[in-house]
Design a binder for this molecule. Structure first.
Ligand code: FAD
Length: 441
C-alpha cells in the first residue's frame, strides 16, 4: 500500500511514524516548507532554542504522548512547571494560580467560601457529574450559575489559558468539551510539563522512525498542488513533480487549506461546512537574555490584560546557553476588527502591554537581550474549538481520504489533538488494510 501524507507537522509525522512501522506500507510525507514540525518547529538562534509555538504539555500522564512513547518507543524526558511558582496577577496583586488544592487554598483570587465552591466544582468535574456538560456553552452555564463573579471569572480564565483564547471566546466553548477536558486534566498529577529540548525531541524521533523504513521518504519544499483520482489511484501533482501515484492519501494540514486544495474537485462539497472555521491567533514575544535577569516566578498570567509570560528556561534548562534565560510572552487576541488599521493599532497596544509586563517583572531586560522574536499572528489552533466551529472528522462520508491535525476531531486540545488524530488516522488506515486483506484471502 503506497501512502501520501500531505503535511509534515506533528499530525503528519505521527501518522507517518505509525504507518512506516507497519510492514507492507510505503509512502511519502510532503511538506511545503524547508523544515519539518509545522507550527511546532524549533530552531536555534545565538545558542537559544526557540519554539515557534510553546511546548507546554497539559496533563502529560494522561496525554496521547504516553501511548506514543510506548508504541513508537519514543524516548524523552519532561519536567513539571513548578506549581508553586505559577502566579496570577490581578489589579496589580500577585497570587498563586489555583492549579491544585494547595494553591487553591493559598490564592487570593477567591474568598474562603468561593474556594469551597470551586473545590466542589472540581470534584464534580472529576466525578463526571458536573452540570456544565449539559450546557451548549460555558457562557450559558455561567449565566445560569449562582456562583460569585470571581468563580465565574476563574472558569473563563482557566479555559482561556488552556485553549489559548480570550475570555469572551472561552464563553463560547461547549460545556461538554470543557467538562471532558478538565475531567482529564484535574485527574492528572502533572498539569503542565515541558518536554526537555522542546518539540524537536519528539519530531526528530518521528522523522528517524520514518527514515528507518527505506520504502518511505520525506519530501520537503514540495507542496502538493492538486489531486485527482484515476482508476482507483490518487494522482498527485506537486510544485516539482507531476503524476505521482498513491493508493491512499492522508491530509495533515489545516482544513481551510485542504479546502483550497480540493476547491475544484468532486470532494469540495463535503468539505464546504468546514471551510469557514475560524482559527485561534496569538501574539508571541520570545526574548532570550544573556543572564538571568530576574526569576520572580515561572509563569505569570496577567488577568487584567489577558497576557502571560512563561520563563521557559526555569523549567527547561536545555533551551538556553549557560547562565541565560528565555522568556515567552503570549497575548490572547480578539479577532473582531472593523478594518486592518484597527487591527494594527490593537496589535501595537498588545505589544506595548507585553513590554510593560516585562518592564515590571524583569527590569533592565532590554539591556541583556541576546535574541528577540515577535510574531503578531501565530496560529495556535487551526480550528478554534468554539460551538460555532466544527472540527473535521478523520473520515467523511463519500470522501476517499483521511484527515488529521489540530483542527480535526481527537483527544485533547492543541498539539494533543494533532498527535491523537494523527495516531487515529494511521490506525484507521491499518485496520482498513487488514480488513481488505482478510476479505481477499
Ligand atoms: C504560539 C503557539 C503556542 C502554542 N502553544 C502550545 C502549547 O503550549 N501546547 C500545545 O499542546 N500546543 C501548542 N500550540 C499548538 C501546536 O503547535 C499545534 O496544535 C500543532 O503544532 C499543530 O500541528 P498540525 O500537524 O496539526 O499542523 P501544522 O503544524 O500546521 O502542520 C501542517 C503542515 O502542513 C504543511 N502544508 C500545508 N499545506 C501543504 C501542502 N499543500 N503541501 C505540503 N505541505 C503542506 C505546513 O507547512 C505544515 O508544516 C501552540 C502553537 C502556537 C503557534
Amino acid at each position: 500500500m503506497k501512502i501520501a501524507i500531505i503535511g509534515g507537522g506533528l499530525a503528519g509525522l505521527t501518522a507517518a511514524a505509525y504507518l512506516s512501522d507497519s510492514p507492507d506500507t510505503e509512502g511519502t510525507v510532503f511538506e511545503r516548507s524547508p523544515q519539518l514540525g509545522g507550527r511546532a518547529f524549533t530552531y536555534e538562534k545565538s545558542g537559544f532554542t526557540l519554539n515557534y509555538g510553546a511546548h507546554a504539555v497539559y496533563g502529560i500522564d494522561r496525554h496521547t504522548l504516553q501511548h506514543m512513547e510506548e508504541e513508537l518507543e519514543l524516548k524523552f524526558q519532561s519536567k513539571q512547571v513548578d506549581k508553586r511558582k505559577v502566579v496570577y496577577a490581578k489589579h496589580g496583586n500577585l497570587t498563586p494560580a489555583p492549579l491544585d488544592f494547595v494553591n487553591i487554598m493559598k490564592t487570593d483570587v477567591l474568598t474562603t467560601m468561593e474556594k469551597v465552591r470551586f473545590v466542589a466544582e472540581i470534584a464534580a468535574v472529576i466525578g463526571n457529574i458536573h452540570q456544565l456538560k449539559h450546557y451548549r456553552t460555558l457562557g450559558e452555564y455561567l449565566d445560569k450559575s449562582n456562583a460569585s463573579s470571581d468563580v465565574k471569572e476563574l472558569w473563563e480564565h482557566l479555559v482561556s489559558s488552556n485553549f489559548f483564547i480570550t475570555p469572551d471566546d472561552a464563553r463560547k466553548v461547549s460545556g461538554e468539551v470543557i467538562a471532558d477536558y478538565y475531567h482529564n486534566l484535574f485527574l492528572s498529577s502533572k498539569p503542565v510539563n515541558y518536554i526537555l529540548g522542546s518539540w524537536a525531541t519528539i519530531t526528530e524521533q518521528l522523522v528517524q522512525k520514518i527514515n528507518d523504513n527505506e520504502k518511505w521518504d520525506i519530501a520537503v519544499k514540495e507542496p502538493v498542488e492538486s489531486i485527482v483520482m484515476e482508476n482507483g489511484k490518487f494522482i498527485l501533482k506537486t510544485k516539482t513533480r507531476e503524476a505521482l501515484e498513491y493508493d491512499q492519501v492522508i491530509f495533515a494540514m489545516p482544513v481551510q487549506q485542504v479546502y483550497k486544495l480540493l476547491e475544484s474537485s468532486p470532494w469540495a462539497g463535503a468539505l464546504e461546512p468546514f471551510k469557514d472555521n475560524s482559527c485561534t491567533e496569538v501574539l508571541v514575544y520570545d526574548v532570550g537574555f544573556s543572564k538571568v535577569v530576574a526569576r520572580p516566578f515561572h509563569y505569570i498570567s496577567d488577568m487584567d490584560n489577558k497576557v502571560f509570560i512563561s520563563d521557559v528556561s526555569a523549567t527547561d534548562y536545555t533551551v538556553v546557553p549557560v547562565g541565560g534565560q528565555l522568556l515567552q510572552g503570549i497575548a490572547y487576541l480578539n479577532d473582531d476588527f472593523q478594518d486592518e488599521d484597527q487591527k494594527k493599532e490593537y496589535l501595537e497596544s498588545k505589544t506595548q502591554q507585553m513590554e510593560a509586563l516585562f518592564d515590571t517583572y524583569y527590569p533592565d531586560w532590554r539591556e541583556h537581550t541576546a535574541v528577540k522574536r515577535v510574531s503578531k499572528k501565530a496560529m495556535v489552533s487551526s480550528v478554534k474549538n468554539i460551538h460555532t466551529n466544527k472540527l473535521l472528522p478523520s473520515k467523511l462520508p463519500g470522501v476517499p481520504f483521511l484527515f488529521c491535525g489540530d483542527g480535526c476531531e481527537g483527544k485533547g486540545e492543541l498539539a494533543e489533538r494533532a498527535f491523537s488524530s494523527g495516531r487515529a488516522a494511521a490506525q484507521m488506515m491499518l485496520s482498513d488494510k487488514a480488513k481488505t486483506k482478510a476479505l481477499t484471502h
